[in-house]
Design a protein around this ligand. Structure first.
Ligand SMILES: Nc1ncnc2c1ncn2[C@@H]1O[C@H](COP(=O)(O)OP(=O)(O)OP(=O)(O)O)[C@@H](O)[C@H]1O
Length: 234
């Protein structure tokens, strides 16, 4: 297990023109955790995730991923964007073949096992999959890289409640099996409470709360949902 924090931010600020998406954010997430990133629309969640996978550069401050700048960690990070991008014209099996070609650390047996587990037809074109099936395919491709950090932007948004539960359970199993960390953004506090052991609450581009879910819940005496809603309302 890498000795570094999965994520470490100090004074992290990102500005788009005159609009601040993130302001002076500082937090640390130890490796091996499933981290929930929550906050209202426009809070800065996607911006933070895009900074973590090197798609954006900070305006000021620093963000380190597995102990290094994000650009140096691309091969060790698996990213599933909000719209779960897949290649519509390629079949499920072709996605796996492409993944194997592009990633030296590709785990074919993990990919095949997972495709069978979630009931994807290898011959089906990705453009014909449902939203939930596309999300499962995108997660499979990201996980088969055997990343040290999985970054998922609202991964369960397109899934029905039963599929969501299954998806979150397999995500936990994945993280344990890979010996990895995961960060996922979600509006669904119940999902976060079920699957995450660490939470970061953003609002207006600032960190309002961050820490271990069990500690936070124990010290507040209520549910995580009550706690987060209280923080966001204050
Ligand atoms: N490329 C961009 N150019 C200009 N402003 C941007 C850009 N990306 C994000 N923003 C602004 O930064 C702020 C944070 O956006 P971000 O997408 O990170 O929020 P979010 O928490 O992911 O929101 P949601 O829950 O709605 O997906 C918003 O005010 C948004 O308008």
């Amino acid at each position: 297990m890498p000795p570094h924090d999965a994520l470490h931010a100090e004074g992290l600020t990102k500005r788009f023109g005159r609009r601040y998406a993130l302001t002076d954010c500082s937090f640390a997430v130890p490796h091996g955790r499933v981290v929930g990133l929550v906050g209202p629309n426009g809070a800065g969640k996607s911006t933070l995730l895009h900074l973590a996978c090197g798609l954006l550069e900070p305006t000021s401050g620093t963000l380190r991923v597995l102990g290094a700048p994000p650009a140096a960690r691309l091969a060790r990070v698996g990213f599933v964007a909000q719209d779960t991008p897949v290649y519509a014209g390629l079949s499920v099996a072709e996605h796996l073949r492409l993944g194997a070609k592009l990633n030296p650390s590709w785990d074919a047996s993990l990919a095949n096992r997972r495709v069978a587990q979630v009931g994807l037809d290898p011959a089906q074109k990705a453009g014909r999959l449902s939203g939930g099936q596309r999300a499962q395919l995108a997660l499979t491709v990201a996980a088969a890289k055997r990343p040290d950090l999985l970054i998922l932007d609202e991964p369960a948004a397109a899934l029905d409640p039963l599929a969501r539960q299954g998806f979150l359970r397999t995500l936990r199993e994945f993280v344990a099996e890979l010996g990895a960390s995961a960060v996922l953004s979600s509006h669904l506090l119940g999902d976060i409470e079920r699957v995450c052991d660490h939470v970061i609450v953003l609002s207006g581009g600032r960190v309002r709360m961050a820490g271990d879910v069990r500690d936070l819940v124990a010290s507040s005496g209520g549910s995580l949902e009550d706690l987060v809603l209280g923080v966001l309302a204050s």
